[in-house]
Design a protein around this ligand. Structure first.
Ligand SMILES: [Zn+2]
Length: 65
């Protein structure tokens, strides 16, 4: 299995290269309907980028009349 598939299947909680759970995410950068976050592994020093896509919206406050 390609490391990307396994990483996505497990929810991105382990380093995709050495499988360590000791990973650190930097600030989330939102661009349009996508968000990207640089993540690195404390154990093996690999770095990658997680990409999130907007998938839902919930109403918190109805518009005032
Ligand atoms: Zn690693």
């Amino acid at each position: 299995m390609k490391y990307e598939e396994e990483y996505l299947k497990t929810g991105g909680v382990f380093c995709p290269f050495c499988k360590s759970p000791d990973i650190e995410g930097r600030a989330v950068d939102i661009v349009g309907s996508e968000a990207v976050q640089e993540v690195s592994c404390v154990r093996c020093n690999a770095a990658w980028r997680d990409t999130y896509k907007l998938h839902a919206v919930d109403t918190l406050d109805e518009p005032s009349k």
